[in-house]
Write a protein that binds this ligand. Sequence first.
Ligand code: SF4
Length: 91
Amino acid sequence: VNVDVKLGANKFHVDEGHAHIILKDNPDLNEYRKLVNACPAGLYKLEDDGTIRFDSAGCLECGTCKFLCGETILEKWEYPRGTFGVEYRYG
Ligand code: SF4
């Protein structure tokens, strides 16, 4: 099963206005690129012109970005509050 199919099987509850991951202003692009490649949900995007696009909705809470770049890129990383966040339907 490829990752898109797996992602399609999960349900997200987005806590609008309370992003659980916040990036630093003007993050180092070389560090950021690691996350573009590493985030299994593809949430870290980089446009051709170098514009960063990140949306924490759809986060799988895997912790990869925190582990890889931690304080160099992330202003905040925490698990979503209460019932928000990803709900794994299979296992
Ligand atoms: Fe992507 Fe995982 Fe970081 Fe969520 S915790 S933004 S899924 S790398």
